[in-house]
Design a protein around this ligand. Sequence first.
Ligand code: FCB
Length: 431
Amino acid sequence: NPLPPFPAGFLWGVSTSAHQIEGAVETRGRSVWDAFTDRPGRIRDGSTAAVACDHVRRYREDVALLAGLGVDAYRFSVSWPRADSPGGLGFYDRLVDELCAAGVRPVPTLFHWDLPVELDWRERDTASRFAAHAERVAARLGDRVPTWITLNEPAEHTLLGHALGVHAPGERLLFDALPVAHHQLLAHGLAVRALRAAGATEIGIANSHGPVRPASDALADREAADFYDVLLNRTFADPPLLGRYPEGIGELMPGNVAADLDVIAEPLDFYGVNFYAPARVGAPSDAPGDFGGVPLPAGLPFSVRETEGRPVTDSGWPVDPEALTELLTGFRARYGDRLPPIVITENGCAYDGLDDQDRITYLDGHLRALHEALTAGVDVRGYFVWSLLDNFEWAEGYAHRFGLVHVDFTTQRRTPKASYAWFREMLAAQR
Ligand code: FCB
């Protein structure tokens, strides 16, 4: 049953990030992720990203895989410590040239969690350092790159890295991590200005979002779900889109928040949404539940419940495509004319095996759900699969495979999976 046709000019792509695929750590400075990985017990399979997909050496082969897939665009990230190292920008220069020669539009993300180890998002100054990073990278690549993404998922970076400590830099600050969110959002706004000044014409952010469903109609459950929605969705979407924090959050942020919000609300050309799964949330209980598989501590004002009656992926995340339609129509209702065109900057799933029919089912379902949102009037302009390659899935190591292309991490051999062929055929049918 073929997918319904998407609008002409819809941007089809795949995503990766630097730390998860590049390897070649010896040719760049260290990031907080290198330091975190060195701490015993932090990565489930004891692995490191020192080699990962060896992409720095094999990028030509990887661009050939993109060309073979027939995508319009490739979202990758620029490693900040690599950009700061001698010859580091030269790598992205060659990558961009190779992409342009293959007819694939480069879409760089300027920060995907691999902060230089000497920096700290608790410091306000990191925001201006990030703007300088954006300026430097844009000065080097801007002649060929019109489309930019500032940050990847500041919510996850704040929550997992600084509140719960299961990602780098491994801090367990709980609600005291909120300034980390503010400084990233400020960094985003300053970078938008720097990119604009460098001539960029399409600028966005990649935020993770999912609808939050109350565990029941009871008031306590609805209030808990609303608080969770504020924390994970609205704290990161309201400032760039509406120029304000949700009620109760701004007071917890450091600095001159009102002045900072002017910067954070710089107009965007598109709004990137990373979508994986919805959440079901209720009043606090003895079992606080988990966040995408990460156990939550006791004492939070909510508890995360299981989404029942749904298959789960290898990472335990429920497969619920209608949640994507719900998310996008909800966004349109909430943000109205303040919402720029949406691009799905990540969507995908972890499944093992080369004959990955489950991934095909997942992607097919989510594309139909996305089409429903288009039909309902949501302006969505593009869709990027996470990910091109199996890669270093953060604290999970190499166990969770998200690629359309299988990577044998001993030989570095790439083998396109069934989902790669499926996506290629789907794209050909859309043309
Ligand atoms: C997202 C991250 C991405 C990848 C996917 C599975 O939260 O942005 O790097 O790990 O999840």
